[in-house]
Ligand binder design. Structure first.
Ligand code: SF4
Length: 220
């Protein structure tokens, strides 16, 4: 018996607002899962979150923040002690080097405060566009980009919102598809979906809130 032809999938531009609406409905609260109380703490937590779960980061940061409560103290940290505290987050030697280097830069160049500007943030050791976007979005309400981490990369590709693998090109595609005022929350919602439903292995498509608009199984 001949199978019915699958309806033609709408374009990424047509589907993006529909995906956005479904994500908003599924995850009304959209913010980072990292624990922090100020821009310095979020900067530290975000640097530690590279290749590590937010849950793990949240387990180590209370002690890190207690011992190194501000950039001036972090700038003078004993590297061996810091490495020991953050060891479980992985890549701890590099992360410790970046945390101390970033703190020194904050003290030397920015009066010990975390700057708001993208270029200034990118001048800090260990801070790439993703980290800068997180800090600007969460702490200052400034959205000049979409945070593209491994979850956003995987989901955007599965959803057919981009064909690229380079995060900078993926970000460019998403910035064209998603309204600027939604950029910060969109990233958080995508990350939430990536952690709970659209996992790297065995995505739970039948229970996915955006399934109808996803090329993997949808046709809307
Ligand atoms: S339908 Fe499946 S592949 Fe598409 S976003 Fe949902 S879980 Fe991921």
């Amino acid at each position: 018996m001949k199978r019915a032809a699958r309806p033609k999938l709408a374009s990424a531009k047509e589907r993006a607002p529909l995906i956005l609406a479904r994500l908003k409905a599924a995850y009304p609260e959209a913010s980072t899962a990292l624990d922090f109380e100020n821009a310095y703490q979020l900067l530290v937590a975000t640097i530690l979150s590279a290749q590590c779960t937010d849950t793990r980061v949240n387990m180590v940061t209370p002690e890190v923040f207690r011992r190194f409560p501000n950039p001036a103290v972090m700038a003078r940290a004993r590297r061996a002690l810091l490495e020991r505290l953050i060891q479980s987050t992985g890549f701890f030697r590099n992360k410790a080097k970046n945390l101390i280097g970033a703190a020194r830069h904050l003290v030397d160049e920015f009066g010990g405060r975390v700057p708001r500007g993208m270029d200034e943030l990118l001048s800090l050791p260990g801070v790439a566009r993703k980290t800068a976007n997180v800090v600007r979005g969460e702490c200052f309400g400034l959205a000049d980009g979409v945070v593209v981490d491994t979850h956003v990369t995987r989901l955007a590709r599965r959803m057919g919102l981009t064909q690229h693998i380079d995060p900078v090109k993926i970000e460019r595609d998403l910035m064209e598809l998603i309204p600027q005022k939604e950029w910060i929350a969109f990233s958080h919602r995508m990350i939430r979906l990536g952690r709970t439903v659209c996992m790297a292995r065995n995505p739970a498509c039948p229970t996915c809130p955006v399934a109808f608009h996803c090329p993997k199984i949808g046709a809307g």
